[in-house]
Design a protein around this ligand. Structure first.
Ligand code: ISE
Length: 333
């Protein structure tokens, strides 16, 4: 039987996931879309004649015989959906971040631990990108020696009007806070932020460099640069004792014509990470049908919240800020 899914939030990400579940992956069906904006909700289910729309998650959980909930609202709106979904015992894929801070993330961990097993997977989709997976293997293999330095660039064409300086950390570098510890196999120890000459396209103080210091002494430098106009680009260079590796440069078709050569760059994360999103949601669906999760857990969502808190403090103070976390509950082993 197909997994009966409610998608909560029909904005850019929610609408994309609805299409993905309905047309690109297998084993799941969107039975309801929970979205307070009626026009948006109707548009999201336009080609799904069987699907209903609801304004409250509680109604969907009560009436739609759900197996799973995919939460695609902005981060500050995840928490009120997570509690009723956990209480109903359904499988959950929660878009990043789990919640915006450690206080609320810890409350979510507590609520989840009342169940028999982890039910929440957090939507850090970069872990499902083939190139990140290849880099992770290379680092673990030690083929090029010890990893010394990571240089990452996270570039966006523009930001939405509600984007603030702290969102450089909590909405954007949040991805590096998840994927870089995962790729390197390291534990994050401290964060530092350096502000650069301001891009005149920007309405906030950016670009910035964010430094992640790991337990072993390896450092990652993340350039966060979100009003560059030219396109969407996420690259990572890893510097080892005996060599260098790079992922994320757009390949694809290149052409030489009329005295010029080149190709096309991505314009948004929706296309840049399309395969990662597909793989993430397919694996979440397959796992949910087996009664498990297959990706970053709420525990990892909490670790990232702790990193973001340190990152925002570092951004505000200019200091090196240690990342403090609680001990890992056995429930998440
Ligand atoms: C956005 O919310 C994302 O998750 C994107 O992956 C990231 O590149 C962008 O900076 C964020 O605002």
């Amino acid at each position: 039987k197909d997994l009966r899914v409610a998608v909560v939030g029909a904005g850019m990400m929610g609408a994309d996931h609805i299409k993905r579940i309905s047309h690109r992956i297998s084993g799941a069906e969107v039975v309801t879309v929970v979205e307070p904006d009626e026009a948006r909700a109707k548009a999201a289910v336009a080609d799904l004649p069987e699907a209903t729309t609801r304004t409250r998650i509680e109604d969907a959980l009560e009436k739609d015989d759900l197996d799973a909930v995919l939460i695609a609202t902005p981060g500050p709106f995840h928490e009120p959906v997570l509690y009723p979904a956990l209480e109903a015992g359904v499988s959950i894929l929660c878009e990043k971040p789990l919640t915006p801070d450690t206080e609320t993330s810890l409350k979510v961990l507590e609520a989840e631990q009342k169940l028999d097993r982890p039910h929440i997977q957090v939507g850090f989709m970069r872990r499902f990108d083939e190139e990140y997976q290849a880099l992770r293997q290379l680092i673990a293999s030690k083929e090029l020696g010890e990893l010394l330095l990571v240089k990452a660039a996270h570039r966006n064409p523009s930001t939405p009007p509600q984007y603030t300086e702290s969102m450089l950390i909590t909405d954007s570098v949040v991805h590096e806070f998840d994927v870089l510890p995962w790729v390197t196999g390291e534990t994050l120890k401290a964060v530092e932020v350096r502000k650069l000459k301001v891009n005149r396209n920007a309405t906030i103080q950016e670009p910035q460099l964010v430094y992640l210091e790991f337990e072993s002494g390896t450092v990652a430098e993340v350039e966060i640069n979100v009003n560059m106009k030219f396109g969407y680009q996420v690259t990572t260079e890893a510097v080892f004792e005996n060599g260098v590796a790079e992922i994320g440069k757009t390949a694809g078709l290149k052409q030489w014509h009329e005295g010029r050569w080149g190709g096309k760059e991505h314009e948004s994360f929706v296309t840049r990470f399309v395969h990662a999103y597909d793989e993430q949601v397919q694996r979440w669906v397959d796992a949910a049908r087996r009664g498990t999760i297959d990706g970053p857990s709420a525990w990892e969502g909490y670790l990232v919240a702790a990193a973001c808190e340190a990152g925002v403090t570092a951004q505000q103070t200019g200091e090196r800020v240690a990342v403090e976390t609680i001990a890992k509950p056995a429930f998440y082993n």
